[in-house]
Design a binder for this molecule. Sequence first.
Ligand code: S6P
Ligand code: ZN
Length: 201
Amino acid sequence: MELKISNNTIIKPFSVGWDPADGIMDDPDNHIERCLSKLTDMFIDPGAAEAYLKEKGDVLLYEVYEKAIPQRDGEIQFCSSITHPGRIGEEYFMTKGHFHARRDTAELYYCLRGRGYMLMEKEDGEYELGEMYPGRSVYVPAFYAHRSINTGDEPLISLAVYPGDAGHDYGSIETSGFKHVVVERNGKPVAIENPRYGKME
Ligand code: S6P
Ligand code: ZN
């Protein structure tokens, strides 16, 4: 998630509107859209993802709206994160997930709409699920990879706030995945071990 702004840019005070009902930010500097066709390998059943694509076309899995803030110590990044509802087989729509490039940086999510979980997982596999629903905040500690998972039937919308120089590291998520995934079993979300862990490519 590279922002088109220099690290020396001086930021003047500003305010920005965004609608908690749809997560859309007014006049964003970045609007990121992640579609299924680019992320089929992220799911535990890529074959089911390909079949979904053939049947329903290229759906939007999630979006991010953000303002450009210099990626330097002392600044605060913030964005609107929208994960759409749906499932590939038994696995819910979710974000790709990442570690922060600076591992010792935390993040706070404040959920405004929808239902779901924040999957938080350390490199050693220790993990937690933080429940997300309107009015609930999830604190993602430093050193935890994190992924939003929509277990409901409407968009899961949160405001995310994190240190200016945190950055994103998608490397091990793309190659190995998370050790745990959240799937629907008997109508309920449950965390299971990722059968493709270590061989996502
Ligand atoms: C940034 C924060 C979120 C995610 C967004 C998309 O630190 O955690 O804004 O970037 O939810 O997820 P991802 O994993 O594709 O960056
Ligand atoms: Zn993050």
